[in-house]
Structure formats: structure tokens, C-alpha cells
Design a protein around this ligand. Structure first.
Ligand code: NAD
Ligand code: ZN
Length: 367
């Protein structure tokens, strides 16, 4: 599938097809003006995919130059940013060149941010290799690094020139990461596409087993949803893009509690966050308890964390509330919460009572 992303002034395509990495050279040919291309990746992705990508560029007469960074969230740092920018400048990258980000959200966010500043903004191509990056981070142009003050606090909006998502890349991705990315897939159903949520219920097992059709459909439908949302609100000014944060306010607080360690992956926090958003919506009478439990049941069924108790962390509702108060989405003293009127009916709730949320979290911890 090819999904167009209709960003005004910077439209681009997301190509989703099995074998896209093996055909990367040909697919990227119109975007590479020289006989060489710069590729930024991490150690794990290089081990699995460097040979394939190198060969596909070589077949088009394009030599690839590689910067291989350590794997992990710690790579989204000031130090790596300097390293990437200096490396690109050393290669004499020009503004119209496209550098390649081959990897998960860490490599995509870091490379995109570096590209946004090299020569005041050079081009870049996203080749997302995790499910999370394929359905979420590679599309929409948000780039960032982390600082000592927190995650994603420094960054830029910088749209890629092309996104190549190869479902085959998921064959080498640990199942835990596939599941975590799947949480973001479910999110699109819950935001505004109930039919897709029902599709997820019926097809998650096929997707997680690596069946081509299920994988491609899930990625394409997710990307189409993300493309629609970011085209409507590129820079998160109208509130439409905020819908993408469903499950993220609770999820972020849980991640903060673990110090953003691999004890809880981002998607795992989001999965649990979506359950909490559904149950809280039911608690205040917005959504039926039955629908909220249907959300929880699906998330549990795919093996994602589905209960606060199960996480076995040392916290209470008040601690989590305090993490929420430090969320960077805090806006003039209020925190925008994404709640649900039903499956596929997410909306941005304004006056959510954080004390009530803390009480709710204490109940969840006890259940
Ligand atoms: P990641 O990039 O760290 O990848 C997860 C792990 O999988 C890493 O160890 C990586 O080396 C490995 N890996 C990646 N692809 C592989 C493959 N095909 N085979 C084997 N191993 C592979 O993490 P992620 O979950 O992809 O992304 C998380 C990041 O994305 C976070 O920093 C988050 O802030 C960011 N993010 C950004 C946006 C956005 O809009 N820009 C949206 C959501 C998340
Ligand atoms: Zn997310």
C-alpha cells in the first residue's frame, strides 16, 4: 500500500510493502541525487538489515555510508545529536540531500532532528523497522531528543521526504517490541474507528504470528489514520492531533515511575493507559463499563500489561498524579485528558479532576 500524507507544503508517501528494505535502493532512487547515501541506524538493526539495505542501494549504483549508534533510548541524547550532525557535515551533506534513518523510533527521532538542523534543514527518509515506528513515529514529522529534564523535551517538526515500512523487518524484532507497537495500532481503533478495533480483536493473533496480510492491513490502516490526523493538525494547534495521545497521559506517568527504563516499554505504558482511560471514562459515566472491559480484555488477550497490580511497582495514585503534573502536555495548570464516549469515540476532555483521577488510580491499584 502507498499512503499519501497530505501535509501542506511538504506532502510525502508512506510505502508499506513486504520486501521494501530489499528494494530500498530502487524505491529511494528518485530521492537520492548522488552516487552515495548516508544511513544512520543502531547496532541491532545493522546486525539484521545492513547487508540487505547496502546491497539494494549498490544495485542502483549508490554507495551507502553508515553511522551505527548504540541501541536504546539513551541514544536520543545531546551527545548523539552532535555526533550525527558532525558526521553528516563531514560527509558534506547538502540541503537537498536525503539522509536515511533506518531503525525504530529512537533512530527516527534522532536522525529527523539532526536533519532539521543540518544546513537549516536537509531531507530525510524514514525506514522504520519497529511496529511502533511504522505505525506512529515515522509519520507526522515530530522529532526529538531527551534531556536530563525529561523525554522529548527538545525537538522540531520536520517532515520526511519518504517513509518505507517493510513488515518483514518485524521478523527480527523481539516479540515484546512487536506487542508494544501493537498498542499504538489498537489506539487508532479506539480513537475514531470502531470497525478497526473490532478487526484488531479478530486479527491480533494473526498479526502477532507474522501473517503478511494481517500485518500489512494493520500498518496501512494505522498509517492512514495517523496521516489524516497530522494533515488536519500538523503542529498540534487545533486539538485534533492531541487525539493521538490517548492512553499516553496515564502511560507517561507509569513510564515516569519506572524512570523510563525497559521495565515498562512505551507501548506497554500506553496499553495500560488506554485501559485506565476507558475505565475512568466508565467511572464518570461517559462510556459503558462493558465497553471499557472489552478494551481491557483485548489488551490482556494479546499479552500486553493489563493491570496496575500486575506491574508490581511501588507507587500509589498520588505519586502517579504527581508524575502527571509534570507531563509536558500540561497547559496553563490543566492537563488535557483523552477520554472515551465509547469504542472509537475519543475526545479531548477539559476539566478533569486530578484528585478524582488519583482516587481512581488507588482503586485500580487495589483491584
Ligand atoms: P527503539 O528504536 O529503541 O527500538 C526498540 C528496540 O528494537 C531497539 O533495541 C532496537 O535496536 C531494536 N530494533 C529495531 N528494529 C529492529 C529490527 N527490525 N530487528 C531487530 N531489532 C530491532 O524503540 P521504538 O519502540 O521503535 O521507538 C521508541 C521511541 O519512539 C521513543 O523514543 C519515543 O519517544 C519515540 N516516539 C516518537 C514518536 C513521534 O511522533 N516522533 C511517536 C511515538 C514514539
Ligand atoms: Zn505513543
Amino acid at each position: 500500500a502507498v499512503i499519501p500524507v497530505a501535509i501542506a507544503g511538504a506532502p510525502y508517501d508512506v510505502v508499506i510493502e513486504e520486501g521494501a528494505l530489499a528494494r530500498a535502493g530502487r524505491l529511494c532512487r528518485p530521492f537520492v541525487r548522488k552516487d552515495s547515501v548516508a544511513v544512520i541506524t543502531d547496532e541491532n538493526v545493522a546486525a539484521a538489515w545492513r547487508e540487505t539495505v547496502t546491497a539494494s542501494f549498490a544495485a542502483q549504483g549508490i554507495a551507502s555510508q553508515w553511522l551505527v549508534l548504540p541501541a536504546g533510548e539513551a541514544t536520543k541524547s545531546w551527545d548523539s545529536l552532535v555526533r550525527v550532525v558532525d558526521w553528516l557535515l563531514g560527509l558534506e551533506i547538502e540541503r537537498k540531500d536525503n539522509v536515511v534513518a533506518l531503525g525504530g523510533g529512537v533512530i527516527g527521532d534522532l536522525t529527523g532532528f539532526a536533519a532539521s538542523m543540518v544546513k537549516r534543514g536537509c531531507g530525510f527518509i524514514q525506514m522504520p523497522t519497529t511496529l511502533l515506528a511504522q505505525v506512529d513515529s515515522s509519520v507526522g514529522g515530530k522529532t526529538a531528543i531527551n534531556t536530563a529534564m525529561g523525554k522529548n523535551l527538545v525537538g522540531a517538526f520536520h517532515q520526511p521526504s519518504l517513509v518505507l515500512a517493510d513488515p518483514l523487518s518485524l521478523d527480527t524484532l523481539p516479540l515484546r517490541d512487536v506487542r508494544a507497537g501493537y498498542a499504538e495500532v489498537v489506539k487508532y481503533g479506539l480513537i475514531d474507528d470502531p470497525e478497526f478495533f473490532f478487526w484488531c480483536e479478530a486479527n491480533a493473533a494473526h498479526l502477532l504470528a507474522g501473517e503478511a496480510e494481517a500485518r500489512e492491513h494493520a500498518i496501512a490502516r494505522s498509517v492512514a489514520a495517523k496521516a489524516r490526523i497530522v494533515a488536519a493538525d500538523e503542529k498540534e494547534t487545533t486539538g485534533v492531533r492531541a487525539l493521538l495521545n490517548l492512553g499516553h497521559t496515564f502511560g507517561h506517568a507509569l513510564e515516569a515511575q519506572t524512570g523510563f527504563s525497559d521495565r515498562l516499554l512505551h507501548g506497554e505504558g500506553v496499553a495500560l493507559g488506554m485501559i485506565l482511560a476507558a475505565r475512568y471514562s466508565a467511572r464518570i459515566g461517559l462510556m459503558s463499563g462493558q465497553d471499557a472491559e472489552r478494551v481491557a480484555a483485548h489488551i490482556a488477550a494479546v499479552g500486553l500489561p493489563a493491570s496496575l497490580k500486575g506491574l508490581d511497582m511501588n507507587y500509589d495514585g498520588q505519586t502517579l498524579k504527581n508524575h502527571m503534573l509534570h507531563d509536558k502536555k500540561m497547559d496553563a495548570g490543566t492537563l488535557p485528558f483523552l477520554l472515551m464516549r465509547g469504542i472509537g469515540q475519543t475526545f479531548l476532555a477539559k476539566d478533569v479532576d486530578l484528585a478524582d483521577v488519583a482516587a481512581f488510580l488507588d482503586e485500580e491499584l487495589a483491584r
